[in-house]
Design a protein around this ligand. Structure first.
Ligand code: AHG
Ligand code: MN
Ligand code: MN
Length: 282
């Protein structure tokens, strides 16, 4: 009899660890005078959440690699699937007490690899309540996490009628054709941008629309990391009936050369994604 399914075990562990992460945030709001690999200032909470999750997830039978936004290189933890995790997404929201999350991609491959190797992806959202979305084959499932247990709230399907949008980066750094595209979007949808990808994507999954962080004049690759943020979120949104792009192709197709590679990132209703790809000259 083989052990518990490692993919299921990852999401069970994330749910079980969520209350501990929430409880540990108040005392860890300090900024450390150190940066992570991609140059983000690290909070005590970033490092602590990463250590906690590395210990819990790295010991799961059937998990072979642990890669984290907060770590320089991939940890070899045995044989099996490769996990890419952003332990605390949107951690700059800790100071302002706004939502943040944990996002994970489970790849059947060895890093660096592409979103095509994803076999599952999910996120925990630390908002007024703790919720989770898990995507495997088929339609993603939503959960409320109470006392470390997941209570299903049913399938997560992107609403067919788009309502909200949110784009990162400062407008003077958007290229002209993207700024023009956004002028159209802003006349049709309501602005919902909160500085944590997971929270903003949860708005899109709940209300329909588009979220993105574009390539900028001063940073053509954008800000979000392919393996830890963009590909897992694209996997979830595409399984929920939406689409994703880096400006020209699904984020699941973007070739990965380095584990901390950044990519322009857009997810949401197919109509807005294809309009972006047609309108914007990157
Ligand atoms: P992280 O806290 O893991 O570094 O992620 C922050 C990311 C993402 O969550 C969010 O969409 C984006 O940074 C916000 O960037 P700006 O502060 O530039 O808007
Ligand atoms: Mn992040
Ligand atoms: Mn992070």
């Amino acid at each position: 009899m083989s052990g518990p399914n490692p993919i299921e075990a990852v999401f069970e562990t994330l749910a079980a660890t969520a209350p501990e992460i929430r409880a540990g945030l108040p005392g860890r709001r300090t900024a450390l005078d150190q940066e992570n690999v991609t140059g983000d200032q690290q909070l005590a909470a970033d490092v602590w959440a990463d250590e906690l999750l590395a210990e819990r997830l790295g010991t799961i039978d059937g998990i072979g690699e642990y890669a984290s936004e907060e770590r320089q290189s991939v940890e070899d933890v045995g044989n099996g699937y490769a996990i890419a995790i952003d332990p605390l997404d949107g951690s700059s929201n800790l100071k302002s007490n706004n939502p943040m999350g944990t996002v994970v991609g489970i790849y059947d491959g060895s890093f660096p690899t592409t979103g095509q190797d994803l076999v599952a992806a999910g996120f925990v959202l630390y908002g007024p309540i703790t919720t989770m979305v898990v995507a495997r084959e088929g339609i993603p499932e939503g959960y409320v996490v109470a006392n470390g247990d997941r209570q299903s709230t049913g399938p997560v399907k992107l609403p067919t009628e788009p309502t909200v949008y949110g784009f990162g980066g400062r407008e003077p750094n958007w290229n002209h054709s993207f700024a023009e595209y956004v002028e159209g979007v802003r006349s049709e949808l309501k602005l919902r941008y909160g500085g944590a990808m997971i929270a903003d994507v949860s708005q899109v999954l709940s209300y329909g629309g588009i979220f993105g962080y574009p390539g900028l004049r001063n940073r053509p690759e954008g800000k979000l990391r392919l393996l830890f943020e963009a590909a897992p979120i694209a996997y979830i949104v595409e399984h929920a009936g939406g689409a994703s792009t880096d400006g020209s192709q699904s984020l699941l197709e973007v070739p990965a050369e380095a584990i901390h590679q950044r990519t322009p990132t857009f997810v949401g209703n197919e109509s807005y994604i294809s309009r972006l790809e047609a309108a914007v000259d990157w």
